[in-house]
Design a binder for this molecule. Structure first.
Ligand code: PLP
Length: 241
């Protein structure tokens, strides 16, 4: 559903109600779930409006786009997430510009981010950058993420890096028309997280899954963060994902 810019606060209250009901269905508290407003393609004014409505986490998918608008909103007391695929040559910039990289998908990238954090000022506390490992949930060639087989070694490698703080996993299933089809995929991501936590003894509390069309199913399957763009900000003019 496309919504108008002027109704971000209204969109947010509808999203909150839907999260509350989905959480209740699965015996969870809505307070366990963080909404990350995905503001890619939208101007800084939309971020300000969503902040005024109560959003405190924002996601962007491109380093360059965020560089062009962050000066106008960086003074807000918000957490800035990179949710899109990161090219290695932009890792140092990303480490400076974001509080969390939710789309880490290789050890090479992890090492570059770790080095980038050493000289960066954005990270609190104690100069560690929060990261989530993105697991590949969509076989389409344009999609990214670590494979199930690569995951254990990547988890171990990231946990060993001093300036990265691995908090969990992220994933994007194929864009099914029927969100129920994403349910087994969300469940698999949760099981991968549970297995990695059990194997390493690291709690990995964050499970970032669910977007505008499927966030309720993701909440039922254990999402701790949902990444919501169009249901909050309105239809994007150009799809850049
Ligand atoms: C664009 C994007 C979103 C938000 O998508 P909507 O369908 O607009 O909610 C979430 N996660 C990632 C990684 C994205 O690129």
């Amino acid at each position: 559903m496309a919504h108008e810019h002027s109704s971000i606060a209204g969109n947010l209250s509808l999203i909150r109600e839907r999260i509350e009901r989905a959480a209740a269905r699965s015996g969870r508290a809505a307070g366990e779930i963080t909404i990350v407003g995905v503001s890619k393609t939208f101007p800084a004014e939309h971020i300000q409006e969503a902040y005024a409505a109560g959003i405190r986490h924002f996601g962007e998918n491109r380093v360059q786009e965020w560089e062009s608008k962050q000066a106008r909103v960086v003074q807000l007391d918000a957490v800035w997430h990179l949710v899109g695929h990161l090219q290695s040559n932009k890792a140092a910039r990303a480490a400076r510009l974001f509080h969390t990289v939710d789309s880490l998908d290789s050890l090479d990238l992890a090492r570059r981010l770790d080095r980038g954090v050493a000289g960066a000022s954005m990270q609190t506390p104690a100069s560690r950058l929060r990261v989530l490992i993105e697991v590949r949930l969509d076989a389409a060639p344009s999609k990214s993420g670590a494979s199930d087989a690569e995951l254990p070694a990547l988890v171990d490698g990231v946990l060993a890096l001093p300036h990265l703080d691995l908090q969990g996993l992220m994933g994007v299933p194929p864009p099914f028309g029927d969100p129920e089809r994403a349910r087994p995929i969300f469940r698999r991501l949760r099981e991968l997280r549970d297995a990695a936590a059990a194997r390493t003894g690291s709690p990995l509390p964050v499970l970032s899954m669910g977007m505008s069309h499927d966030f309720e199913v993701a909440v039922e399957e254990g999402a701790s963060e949902v990444r919501i763009g169009s249901a909050l900000f309105g239809a994007r003019r150009a799809e850049t994902a």
